[in-house]
Design a protein around this ligand. Structure first.
Ligand code: GLA
Ligand code: ZN
Length: 673
């Protein structure tokens, strides 16, 4: 069994990406002095250092990294050591120009940025294996080494390559997945538009084409590209396991749905020893703390509920969005501790010292251009102390109340061209349902559609266009056995090959929902429909409507106007010991809240009306006790009831009855008992 926590790390992880090669070595002394002042426990180093470590083919310069690791070790700072395989040196590309990836339009990328990699390229694979081996041999037993950081954020900035090596590799992948070309023809439905293939050698990646290509081919190409990156991760991981036993291996994920859409993190979660995640606030006017909570819950879920580590976030503004506001005072701590509440064993940043040169010089860091006489630095030092006082939570697990089904394959399929409406966005529905659950103070686990759901009283399916028969059986059994299910429209439509399930929509969900959908009728931009409830109450929906025919389900809300007037908009079906809700239009916040209110009643979940909006309350529990996190995202002081007395760890004060949380503050109570 590989180790699943950073070796030798006895506190929460606190630190950041450390790129000291951008500075003269004299600066390193100041770096470690300030790291100690801030309470840094771990740094990630060497992620982009291949060109320095191997300045020409087969010539290595490890001296600087030896000195760096020794210095960090002398100062008690653990190291998450990168394999630098996300940026091969220029000499490599000049010798192997075909290792540069090619777009679907046939354009080859150039050296001079980062992440320009064709993952099928044999020369790249050999060179990556070689530098990984050299690093593992040299540092596998170094006392500073806590964890390996393979590559960087697989899936961005290039999610797939369309070159000839990839074409050949895709054919091999198809042959091993399907066995025969006839099986590919069948799965892809190539009878349509005369796309039949006579042999594997005729198949190419879905390159530039006059109009929409074969959707099943496009979906398989996404699976192939993801699997190919994973092959390279596994190759490096196995070298590291072999040469450095006892050191866990990770690669930093980006689970936020808006930040990386090309990686199936369910599959990756099974391959890493520790799940680690990078998260950046998307400042698009929405509530960033909700987006953060969702990413953290998704990260914990791909880790199977086990502790994970936030490996990167920002102390303040980033530099790659159209507008990059600074974080408000206290926001960095709220962000960091919100990740910890949801299972992270610490909070790390990109990056330690702000770069003076290069593409990221306007990205905030722990040690800003302005040095230590800055608000950011003072808050960094304060956060280090806060995290230090939370050391005993290591190993505890976040408690979830409900599950939301999520599947990257379904999202990929759903996002292909020529769907009934471009306004329907699976991610938007996932965000909206999540936000409603967040506002009801329910902690969410995400679950794969085929996972065991029996421990959840409520399971929400925001938009799961692609569902296998097995997934259908899974949710059917879940409801039969007493679960409460909520399904949003355009779910259960196609199988794993993007082929519509036989019979009426929604194939594998018809019997559990007790209805069929005869036709979709998406709305035009800015159109909406009115819905009426049995009690005369009114709501509205937009984007989507459907002609729903109840076949056992009761109608709860009805379309009052539009093409579908008179048809059910929201239904409920008692099935076995449980109940299944269906909503066939896009409800706004008010409608979703009403729907989830009824469903939580069915599920026997007690509403948390005692908790103010935007005061986040999450529990971690384990051998060392139960910890209640209360994060006040509002500008006013708030109170949260405590079920037991305890000790507030950030202030050291005793807490009982009602816990006071000043505006913008965080409190963590270790409950007695
Ligand atoms: C990513 C990368 C880092 C850095 C940050 C900036 O997470 O891993 O190297 O570019 O983004 O936000
Ligand atoms: Zn390629």
């Amino acid at each position: 069994m590989p180790e699943t926590s950073p070796k030798g790390l006895t506190r929460l992880a606190f630190g950041g990406d450390y790129n000291p090669e951008q500075w003269p070595e004299s600066v390193w002394q100041e770096d470690v002095r300030l790291m100690r002042e801030a309470g840094v426990t771990m740094v990630s180093a060497g992620i982009f250092s291949w060109a320095l470590l191997e300045p020409s083919p087969g010539v290595y310069d490890f001296g600087w990294l030896d000195r760096l690791l020794d210095l960090l070790h002398e100062n008690g700072i653990r190291v998450d050591l990168g394999t630098p395989t996300v940026v091969p040196p220029v000499w490599f590309y000049r010798a192997h120009p075909d290792a540069l990836p090619v777009t679907a339009e046939g354009m080859r990328h150039e050296f001079g940025s980062r992440g320009a990699i064709c993952h099928s390229n044999a020369d790249y694979r050999a060179a990556a294996a070689n530098i990984t081996t050299k690093l593992a041999e040299r540092y596998g037993a170094h006392p500073a080494l806590a964890m390996w950081h393979v590559h960087n954020e697989y899936g961005v900035p290039v999610s797939a390559c369309y070159c000839d090596s990839c074409a050949a590799h895709f054919r091999r992948w198809l042959a091993s997945t399907y066995g025969t070309v006839d099986a590919v023809n069948e799965a892809w439905g190539t009878a349509f538009w005369g796309q039949r293939y006579g042999g594997f050698e005729d198949i190419n990646p879905p390159r530039l084409s006059p109009t929409v290509g074969n959707p099943a081919q496009a979906l398989d190409y996404k699976r192939f590209a993801d699997a190919t990156m994973r092959e390279n991760f596994v190759m490096e991981r196995d070298i590291l396991h072999r040469l450095a036993p006892g050191i866990p291996v990770t690669t930093n994920f980006m689970t936020a749905l808006s930040q990386c859409d090309s990686v199936d993190y369910w599959a990756w979660g099974r391959e890493v020893d520790i799940v680690t995640n990078d998260h950046y606030l998307i400042t698009d006017g929405r509530r960033t703390h909700v987006n953060l909570a969702m990413a953290a819950d998704l990260t914990r879920s791909v880790a199977g509920g086990a502790p994970w580590i936030l490996l990167e976030h920002s102390t303040s503004g980033v530099n790659w969005q159209p507008r990059n506001p600074a974080k408000a005072p206290g926001q960095m701590a709220r962000n960091s501790l919100a990740h910890v509440a949801r299972g992270s064993e610490g909070a790390m940043f990109f990056q330690w010292r702000q770069s003076r040169r290069g593409a990221e010089k306007f990205h905030s860091s722990m040690l800003p251009h302005g040095g230590t006489h800055t608000r950011v630095w003072r808050e960094v030092v304060e956060l280090g102390a806060s995290l230090d006082s939370l050391s005993t939570i290591r190993g505890t697990r976040t408690e979830a109340d409900v599950a939301v089904l999520w599947d990257w394959h379904s999202w990929w399929a759903q996002s292909l061209d020529w769907r009934p409406s471009e306004d329907h966005d699976a991610r938007e529905r996932a965000d909206a349902f999540y936000e409603t659950l967040y506002d009801r103070h329910l902690t969410v686990d995400f679950a794969h559609p085929e996972a065991d759901l029996s421990r959840y009283p409520l399971v929400v399916v925001p938009a799961l266009y692609l569902m296998t028969e097995a997934a259908g059986t899974n949710v059917r059994e879940y409801v039969e056995n007493g679960g409460t299910l909520v399904v949003s429209y355009f779910s259960g439509i196609v199988d794993e090959h993007d082929a519509v399930h036989e019979g009426a929509y929604p194939g594998p969900l018809r019997d559990v929902l007790g209805l069929t959908v005869e036709e979709f009728s998406p709305l035009l931009k800015d159109q909406s429909v009115r819905l009426t409830g049995a009690d005369g109450s009114e709501l509205s929906g937009d984007v989507w409507t459907e002609f729903v025919v109840p076949r056992g389900a009761e109608t709860v809300w009805t379309y009052a106007d539009g093409l579908t007037a008179g048809h059910p908009a929201v239904t409920r079906h008692r099935f076995g010991q449980g109940s299944a809700w269906y909503v066939s239009t896009r409800l706004g916040a008010e409608g979703l809240d009403a729907l989830l209110g009824w469903a939580t009643d069915d599920a026997g979940i007690t509403p948390r009306a005692d908790l103010p909006r935007d005061v986040e309350v999450v529990r971690r529990t384990g051998e060392s006790g139960t910890y209640l996190f209360a994060i006040n995202h509002t500008g006013s002081d708030a109170k949260v009831p405590l079920e037991a007395s305890g000790t507030e760890l950030l202030t050291g004060e005793r807490a009982a009855g009602r816990l006071e949380i000043p505006a913008g503050a965080v409190r963590v109570v270790r409950l007695d008992g």
